[in-house]
Design a protein around this ligand. Structure first.
Ligand code: ATP
Length: 459
């Protein structure tokens, strides 16, 4: 478990330290929408960069894509979203609170079925006020908007509820232009939108979020092997980036839980504070559902010509789907640590200090430059050092407060290294580098700094 007992702690920490703010806060906020602050955007970008590196840069069998959010309305007919991407919704007639009917049934240990008449027999009442509930209505989670100037039905489009459809519609473009042979994958990072009925839990469930998805196309006989490969690779990615093993687990979906397109689904779950193990990412066997449907609806044959077998067929797809926001939240929560005061400047008082033990590659700021005095000679030297380091690394300059306070501030935001420039630096042309985790201090020649950090950060 993380050192945090509830998400509330991380909500206030994330705000206080410039990671995540409520959207439109000065207007009272917009429910379940969040803005990433100066440190949050660095962290989330680093998460996305690490994903792209592992999924695209480090492999020969996966290529990237950036498809548009707005797509032809037929896409959502073919994908089944127009008809099937719904949640069962009930309202309380007394207190007007809105509920997910399936969640209410699950809480009572009843398998959710919503055949006409079923609902009334279940005799479920409002969990808040015991009031009577309405009949179940299907609520489509897609956001609808208008394209063009005329509010004509023909111009109705949707904000994509998942990024992968842009990958399917570009299957032939990518395969032909990149001369890809099966098996190969297409990866994409981008925004998705769902009009969730019951959003909440901070950035875990929002109505606008970002997905990091990859679709791997193969011969149907290779599916099992490929599923196993991705299952291992995706879990390893989280572990390599420092998430504690005991906070991650797999969860296989029961057959009756599966989405309309999937024949197998496995979640990677993270133990979010106050929530327990909840979905962080998914690996799905989508079979040939998507390409078959898009072939039918578009009239364009989304097939692959297998030269070895000398025949055409529709490839099968194994999808990996990670939420960039859920991943960022998991990294933030997992890295959160509290220790007794470490700066030695607090006169022996036992105070708690936050240390964000983020993996170096995810830390928003890699190196802080801290001159011991604000006066010219040290400022000038610090400025020269920063100019050199910032060519490769995200740096921060801080000259205010005692050095102990400044270390503390950097520990709180997860900065792996602090460079202290002191008066001796003017003479010995060296600085003190402090390590966030070991707190060890090393004297390093200024001329060697770039090479020293190159080794630490692998750039
Ligand atoms: P859940 O069961 O939690 O609603 P899901 O099964 O609908 O999630 P998928 O459709 O498999 O989720 O989406 C893939 C990934 O996208 C999820 O694993 C998650 O990381 C992310 N995701 C989905 N919905 C949201 C959301 N509303 N807010 C933030 N991230 C989301």
């Amino acid at each position: 478990m993380s050192k945090l007992e509830s998400l509330e702690h991380i909500v206030s920490f994330a705000k206080r330290r410039g990671f995540i703010f409520q959207s439109s806060e000065i207007y009272g906020g917009l429910s379940s929408c969040y803005d990433y602050g100066p440190l949050g955007v660095e962290l989330k970008n680093n998460v996305k960069k690490a994903w792209w590196k592992a999924m695209v840069q480090d492999r020969n069998d996966v290529v990237g894509l950036d498809a548009s959010i707005l797509m032809h309305p037929k896409v959502w007919e073919a994908s089944g979203h127009l008809e099937g991407f719904t949640d069962p919704l009930v309202d309380c007639k007394e207190c007007k609170k809105r509920w997910r009917a399936d969640h209410l049934l699950e809480a009572k240990g009843i398998k959710p079925t919503f055949e006409p008449g079923d609902w009334g027999n279940h005799k479920v009442r409002c969990p808040e006020c015991e009031g009577e509930l309405t009949e179940v209505r299907k609520f489509n989670l897609m956001f609808k908007t208008q394209m063009g100037a005329l509010e004509d039905e023909a111009d109705e489009v949707y904000l994509r509820p998942e990024t992968c459809q842009g990958i399917y519609t570009n299957f032939l473009n990518v395969q032909n232009t990149m001369r890809k042979k099966l098996p190969f994958g297409i990866a994409q990072i981008g925004k998705a939108f769902r009009n969730e009925i019951t959003p909440g839990h901070f950035t875990f469930r929002t109505r606008e979020f970002e997905q990091m998805e990859q679709q791997y196309f193969s011969h149907p006989d290779d599916k099992k092997k490929i599923f196993d490969m991705w299952q291992e690779a995706r879990m390893k990615w989280y572990l390599d980036l420092g998430i504690k093993k005991e906070n991650l687990q797999f969860r296989e979906h029961d057959p009756d839980e599966l989405a309309h397109y999937a024949s197998r689904a496995l979640d990677i779950e993270y133990n979010y504070p106050g929530m327990g193990f909840s979905e962080l990412a998914g690996i799905h066997d989508r079979g040939d559902w998507d390409l078959t449907r898009h072939s039918e609806f578009s009239g364009e044959k989304l097939e692959y010509f297998d030269q070895q077998e000398n025949k055409k067929y529709i490839p099968h797809i194994i999808e990996t789907s990670d939420g960039a926001d859920r991943a960022t939240l998991a990294f933030l929560v997992d890295a959160y640590d509290e220790v007794e005061t470490r700066s030695g400047e607090e006169g022996g008082k036992h105070e708690k200090e936050v240390v964000l033990r983020l993996h170096k590659s995810l830390a928003p700021i890699k190196v802080a430059i801290l001159p011991l005095s604000k006066k010219e000679p040290l400022q000038k030297l610090s400025d020269e050092i920063q100019t050199e380091l910032r060519q490769n690394l995200m740096t921060m300059y801080d000259e205010t407060g005692s050095i102990g306070k400044r270390y503390r501030r950097q520990d709180e935001i997860g900065t792996p290294y602090c460079v202290t420039v002191d008066f001796d630096s003017l003479e010995d042309k060296a600085v003190t580098v402090r390590d966030r985790d070991t707190m060890e201090q090393e004297r390093i020649k200024i001329g060697e700094l770039d090479r020293w950090f190159k080794e630490k950060f692998n750039f």
